[in-house]
Ligand binder design. Structure first.
Ligand SMILES: [Zn+2]
Length: 194
C-alpha cells in the first residue's frame, strides 16, 4: 500500500471522530502513528521525504516571528497547492518535529475543501495542553518519531556505548533526528533513567 493511501484512509477515518478529552487525543495519536510506522522503514523518519511523498513542498523559511514553528498552506499558491514551511531559526531536530506535528494536523484536523487554507503553528516543541488538537498533533509527532520500543532500544544502546549522560542523550537525538529537549521529554514521559 502506498503511504499516500495510508494517510488518505486515516484522514477519512478521523474526519468525524469526536475529540473530547486528553485520552481521546492520545489514543488517536497513538493509533495513527502506529499505522504510519507500519509503512515506513527505520529511523530516523525522513520527515521531509515523507511529506513530499504526499505531494507537499517543504520550505525552510525565515519567519520574522520567531515563535512560529511551521505553516501549512493548501491552495494558496497555484503551482504549489500543498506547502509546508518550517522556521530556519529552529534546530534541524525541531524542524523535523514540526513536520511530524503538521502531518498530525493534516491527518486529524485539516479538511481539504479545494480552497485556500493557511494555518500557522507556534512553538510546536512546547505542549499547548489546553488545546486538544494541538496536544493530539504533538503526541502524534512524539509517537511517530520516537515510538516506545525503538526509543528504549536506542537508549539501552546509548548506555552501553557511552558513559556520559549528555553524550547518551545526544546519541538518541541523532538517532531520531529530534532535539535534545524532545529526548529529555520522552525520557520523563516514559520514566526512563539515563
Ligand atoms: Zn499545531
Amino acid at each position: 500500500m502506498k503511504f499516500k493511501n495510508v494517510i488518505d484512509d486515516l484522514r477519512q477515518q478521523y474526519e468525524n471522530q469526536p475529540l473530547n478529552n486528553q485520552k481521546d487525543a492520545e489514543d488517536m495519536a497513538s493509533e495513527a502513528a502506529h499505522k504510519c510506522l507500519q509503512h515506513l522503514n527505520g529511523f530516523p523518519i525522513p520527515m521531509g521525504d515523507v511529506l513530499r511523498s504526499l505531494g507537499f513542498v517543504v520550505w525552510v523559511r525565515n519567519f520574522t516571528n520567531k515563535s512560529i514553528s511551521g505553516v501549512m498552506a493548501l491552495h494558496a499558491n497555484e503551482k504549489f497547492p500543498m506547502a509546508i514551511g518550517v522556521n530556519v531559526n529552529d534546530s534541524h531536530g525541531h524542524q523535523c518535529f514540526t513536520l511530524a506535528h503538521e502531518l498530525g494536523h493534516y491527518i486529524f484536523d485539516i479538511q481539504d475543501k479545494g480552497k485556500e487554507l493557511i494555518t500557522i503553528h507556534y512553538n510546536t516543541s512546547i505542549d499547548n495542553e489546553n488545546n486538544l488538537s494541538e496536544l493530539r498533533a504533538n503526541k502524534f509527532a512524539v509517537y511517530l518519531l520516537m515510538p516506545q520500543n525503538e526509543f528504549c532500544k536506542i537508549i539501552e544502546e546509548a548506555k552501553r556505548r557511552f558513559s556520559n549522560r549528555k553524550t547518551r542523550i545526544e546519541y538518541a537525538a541523532l538517532a531520531f533526528d529530534v532535539s535534545i529537549t524532545a529526548i529529555q521529554r520522552r525520557l520523563e514521559e516514559l520514566k526512563i533513567a539515563v
